[in-house]
Design a protein around this ligand. Structure first.
Ligand SMILES: CC(C)(COP(=O)(O)OP(=O)(O)OC[C@H]1O[C@@H](n2cnc3c(N)ncnc32)[C@H](O)[C@@H]1OP(=O)(O)O)[C@@H](O)C(=O)NCCC(=O)NCCS
Length: 304
């Protein structure tokens, strides 16, 4: 089924449910219990029963993360009785008691294979599990990352809400990497599926201030709202305190614009504590703004 033929209007939804009503093997693709698409396997009948058609669609905001690929694999595995193993591995929870089962015939006409499918699976796959599977990684920037760097560093949405300035040319971006990112004591690319899509850094204090470090981050806007920065901040906390990248640091600090609700949520979701508002604290893009100070101490707990 072509993805663009699916729309979220109620009338079309009832058409869709009627259309698929005869097929037991329609699955909703869910994140955090919210349906974001579907996958369906439609075994054919009569002379065509040796084959099955696969259809799938995913809400556009989740494209490009391998979710549909995973869902189709799961659906195919289901037909091969591997479904429960896949679900267990992905962190799905089995509902109480024996799951209700249905049976079907699968395979070629000459040797139909009977398989039993658990239907009563709950699907609480959460974002953190999806993301850890999809590998959010932190690594130093390289000059060869310049095009990926430009993608988020030229993103108007990112620039508008942060202290970053606009980078308009590759030369400009090269200079930034060479003059700011490379000499920085701890500046990392946030990589999603091996591609840099933002940055996160820790600037340790010096001398009498070496007991603290300041955390900053930004992410390309098309990746916002998927928990990626939250995961990156947790990785940084572990690097600093558990893996002792900076043995002197006892306290990480985050300074967040009072209007930047997304960044405030990132701080809260990772276990940073709000200490107060620093009024008229810093000049950002010609305007003096109030800033919230957050801190995370070595003895604090990361929120899971
Ligand atoms: C701040 C920023 C890094 C967040 O990245 P992200 O990967 O989208 O963050 P996460 O997905 O981990 O978490 C964002 C949270 O903010 C919430 N959020 C987003 N916009 C919001 C708003 N306007 N009001 C309230 N909450 C909001 C999201 O719903 C999510 O919370 P939830 O998981 O409870 O639903 C990203 O928006 C960004 O790069 N902004 C521009 C640069 C910037 O502001 N850097 C920080 C400077 S201090």
């Amino acid at each position: 089924m072509p993805c663009d033929s699916v729309r979220c209007h109620r009338a079309q939804l009832s058409f869709f449910l009627r259309w698929t009503g005869g097929y037991w093997n329609l699955r909703s693709i869910c994140i955090d219990d919210r349906s974001i698409g579907f996958v369906i396997i439609m075994p054919q009948s009569g002379d065509d029963q040796c084959r099955a058609d696969v259809g799938h669609a995913l809400s556009a905001e989740y494209w490009g993360h391998g979710i549909a690929t995973r869902a189709v694999k799961m659906a195919i595995n289901e037909g091969e009785q591997g479904f429960s193993g896949v679900l267990d591995k992905l962190g799905f929870l089995k509902e109480g008691g024996e799951p209700t089962t249905v049976a079907c015939y699968w395979g070629s006409q000459s040797s139909p294979k009977r398989c039993t499918i658990a239907r009563a699976w709950h699907t609480p796959l959460n974002q953190a599990q999806i993301l850890s599977e999809m590998e959010v990684k932190l690594r130093p920037y390289q000059l060869s990352d310049v095009d990926d760097f430009m993608e988020w560093a030229c993103d108007d949405e990112v620039i508008r809400t942060s202290r970053l300035r606009h980078y308009t040319s590759r030369e400009d971006a090269h200079d930034y990497l060479k003059e700011v990112a490379f000499p920085h004591p701890w500046y990392r690319a946030i990589c999603f599926e091996d591609r840099p899509i933002g940055f996160i850094c820790v600037k340790p204090g010096s001398s009498n201030e070496r007991c603290r470090g300041q955390i900053s981050y930004a992410l390309g806007s098309k990746y916002w709202g998927k928990g990626i920065t939250t995961m990156a901040v947790k990785m940084v906390i572990s690097s600093v305190f558990e893996f002792k990248e900076f043995p002197d640091i006892e306290r990480l600090e985050g300074f967040v614009n009072v209007d930047n609700k997304a960044s405030q949520r990132v701080m809260e979701k990772t276990g940073f504590q709000k200490e107060g508002v620093l009024r008229k604290y810093i000049l950002v893009k010609g305007k003096i703004i109030d800033v919230i100070m957050y801190s995370f101490l070595k003895t604090d707990q990361i929120i899971n």
